[in-house]
Design a protein around this ligand. Sequence first.
Ligand code: NAD
Ligand code: ZN
Length: 375
Amino acid sequence: MDIKSKNINTIISPELKTNFKNFPMVPRVIFGAGCFGQLGEILLPKRVNSEAPFIFLVDDVFEGTDLISRIPLIFNDQIIFISADEEPKTDQVDALVHKIKNDYDHLPSGIIGIGGGTLLDLSKAVAIMLTNKGNAYQYQGWDLVKKPSIYHVGIPTISGTGAEVSRTTVLLGPEKKLGINSDYTTFDQVLMDPDLTKGVPKEQWFYTGMDCFIHCIESLNGTYLNAFSQSYGEKALELCKEVYLEDLQMDEARNKLMMASWHGGMSIAYSQVGVAHAMSYGLSYLLGVRHGIGNCLVFQHLKEFYPEGVELFNKMKEKHNIQLPKGICSELTNDDFEIMTNVALGLVPLWENAIGKEWRTIITPEKLKSIYQKI
Ligand code: NAD
Ligand code: ZN
């Protein structure tokens, strides 16, 4: 019998089948203050031909700045400025794909995302949807992408989300906020130049950095924890503590936070996030509260789940004189709370990681409502 006609189970006996994730990592990374200057030489060998452009999706906060003049444009390359005021949406991805296909006869050589988690996620999704049929919302979920995406590069300009390293792109769709989780989502190249984060406003620096801190706490205190996740999570947590509790030089702090984001992302790649993220998705879905601040708004009330983490969070918040907004949920109706609670409760793996298989005995709609009411 040739090997093709054998049933796979006769080759791998069921007892030997395991369920470990075989997840892709970013194959190429460049790191260092000023490394943005090498982007041109990195892209050159990836150019398919002179008709196949590179498309740069850039946070519009950089419009008119020096960074734009440093983007190595040649032939018919194009810069598209995009606002990060709102989190990325599936129909925004579809519109971008439509525009790019309309503007050129050929597929681009690649998509380069320059910005925070919003721009990085949009770039990953556009790279996927240029080669896959249909609409982006059809791919929200796990491993639904059929064809490899085009070459795509992530260039973070703010540190914390770990979107530069993850195999997901979180999108708000018509029915749900959910990522396109696939092996084709991960960037082919990441360029980490800490100098690009120089202009980040202080509050945003705190909120996005706390996303990383919360990734660490949720991963390190979760039931899914394993040596792989722990090794990255502990390093990221140590870096967050240095950045937010010590008095580092500015450039050292920028370097360290960029690496914290990377390690935090690696940590959750092989475990999961937890209570703050599940509940923050509810806030984001109903009220459009953005990811970083949403996590902070929830996390401050999670002492019962993460006592040490919340204590550290409060110290960091005080040191940097951050005032979180209050009364976000004070005017909400019972229906509103139900919507948020349903979104949060739907994120089963997050609860399983946070509490364990029996999480439903502890986490009830009333419990979540009582936490939301404090926000
Ligand atoms: P962001 O991209 O939403 O940007 C936040 C703000 O900072 C924006 O106003 C932006 O213009 C500004 N900004 C960014 N860089 C700047 C700079 N250098 N100077 C001045 N202003 C700058 O921020 P974020 O917190 O990085 O991303 C949040 C998004 O990331 C959410 O959509 C969230 O769902 C997503 N996310 C994705 C993953 C993933 O694994 N894919 C993980 C966590 C979060
Ligand atoms: Zn997060």
